[in-house]
Design a binder for this molecule. Structure first.
Ligand SMILES: [Zn+2]
Length: 476
């Protein structure tokens, strides 16, 4: 039988998601009965999606505040459901995270509404019911209803969440606005510092700054997406992109880049602008054909204070990667379709990143069977997605209900990861002057999280735990 977790008088941490899996980040800190939820993510792995429909482990109305590390769906995508079910506290995050989260949540609601309507129709036709309700998890109206809950702050600033709980936000270098949250709990003249990493970026990435490091913590909740791997040393990303573009330009073809709306699209624009400025590629048109990526790019333009030094130099020289002469932001669907008739060479950046939806599908349908063209992949392609089928080298793929021969050049550009790898994560932990009392390893597939936990113990001798889903630990 389902039972809510009991209120705790001690300081405890409840692992309610991203525990031995990657998505659904939800960690609840409880201090004398005050409940603070760090991240409120959606489960996206197929085998865990039913948890999105389960009752929340505590009544949402009993949660005092949400601290949000960043705007990816697996960290913020459950907020509208939590609010719909009674949460009415504040959601603290950086201003950029709030602006991007609103765009991403509206898109998520839109997709869910469409999916639910489509499934209801299909199930009715087939005379059966599916595993989940034929309703959206939340609607656009539910998303809009939680906008007033957002309360924003800047990097290196703090907020008092309750009398004895303070939260401070620092740059995590993962995506624009992403934060490592330092929570200080004061009790009986004793202070305890708990660091929640959210997702940590890699050093020296374009646009955003490097992740902030810390000298002291009593407890650390650390991500482990790449906890069992080291990113391969990659050839220069710019050279690889230039080579593929120049080869396609010579043939008079088109370059289609499937891309994620947040961070990856802006990084691609950054490299393309750079290559044009350095005269490494000709001045061909670049179409950003993703309404969501365009909206998020506008948020980037609002937050130059979050950019790194190189990016600020570009802005100073009026060489912004978001406003260069060859860049054309495609708005309407008609405009998007009109690109089919336009002769190459030119570049189209379109969503979605794994080709599972969005405008990239019609561009692929129109261009993948022409050997003059190039499809350039700049991100991870999950098993079972159209993107993965193409990068796996299939000769024929199914797009929008029809089969297409793959004749275009397929190019994979490696090195775009926005997650620190095993050694970079360890490097970040090593900046702490002493071992924390405990390190909790979360946000990684079980194999990866376990391997990273063990690696930390072997390399720096700190105590680690890979918490299980639903586990509660007392922070003494
Ligand atoms: Zn993330």
């Amino acid at each position: 039988m389902f039972r809510f977790l009991k209120r705790n008088t001690k300081t405890t941490l409840h692992f309610l998601g991203a525990a031995r899996n990657v998505t659904g980040s939800r960690h609840m800190l409880e201090v004398d009965g005050t409940r603070v939820l760090v991240d409120c993510g959606l489960y996206q792995e197929r085998q865990f999606r039913d948890r999105n429909w389960d009752p929340f482990p505590v009544p949402p109305s009993s949660i005092n505040a949400v601290l949000l590390t960043h705007a990816h769906l697996d960290h913020c995508g459950f907020i509208p459901k939590l609010a719909k079910e009674g949460f009415h506290g504040k959601i603290f995050c950086t201003d950029a995270t709030a602006e991007i989260a609103k765009i991403i949540l509206l898109d998520s609601a839109h997709i869910q509404e469409e999916d639910a309507a489509y499934k209801a129709k299909r199930h009715k036709k087939e005379g059966r019911t599916g595993p989940f309700p034929e309703q959206p998890l939340y609607t656009i109206a539910d998303v809009e209803a939680c906008f007033p809950l957002f309360s924003t702050l800047r990097y290196k600033s703090c907020v008092s969440v309750a009398d004895n709980i303070e939260a401070c936000f620092f740059d995590a270098g993962h995506v624009l606005g992403s934060s490592i949250i330092k929570v200080t709990v004061s009790e009986d003249s004793q202070q305890r510092i708990i660091l929640f990493t959210g997702d940590i970026g890699r050093p020296d990435r374009p646009i955003v700054q490097d992740p902030e490091s810390f000298e002291r913590a009593d407890y650390v909740v650390v991500e482990s997406t790449y906890g069992d791997r080291v990113h391969e040393p990659t050839e220069d990303i710019k050279d690889a992109i230039a080579r593929a573009i120049n080869a396609t330009v010579e043939k008079g073809g088109k370059i289609i880049i499937p891309s994620f709306a947040l961070e990856r699209s802006q990084e691609v624009l950054y490299y393309l602008n750079n290559l044009i400025l350095d005269k490494k590629i000709p001045q061909i048109k670049v179409f950003l054909d993703s309404p969501m990526a365009a909206r998020i790019t506008t948020v980037f333009k609002h937050h130059p204070e979050m950019f790194d030094k190189k990016m600020n130099e570009l802005l100073k020289n009026h060489e912004s990667p978001f406003e260069f002469a060859q860049l054309d932001i495609v708005q309407s669907t008609e405009e998007s379709k009109s690109l089919n008739a336009l002769p190459g060479p030119f570049i189209i950046i379109a969503g979605s990143g794994m080709c599972t939806g969005g405008r990239v599908k019609h561009h692929l349908a129109n261009n993948i069977s022409n050997p003059k063209n190039t499809i350039m992949f700049v991100g991870y392609q999950a098993v079972g997605t159209l993107g993965r089928n193409i990068t796996d080298g299939r000769e024929k793929v199914r797009i929008l209900g029809a089969d297409y021969q793959v004749k275009a050049d397929i190019v994979k550009i490696n090195g775009f990861s926005s997650h620190a790898d095993r050694d970079e994560l360890l490097g970040w932990l090593k900046k702490l002057k002493a071992c924390p009392r405990h390190i909790f390893v979360v946000h990684g597939e079980e194999k990866s999280a376990q391997a990273f936990g063990q690696y930390i113990s072997e390399q720096i001798g700190c105590k680690t735990t890979v918490p299980e889903y639903g586990q509660t630990v007392t922070l003494d």
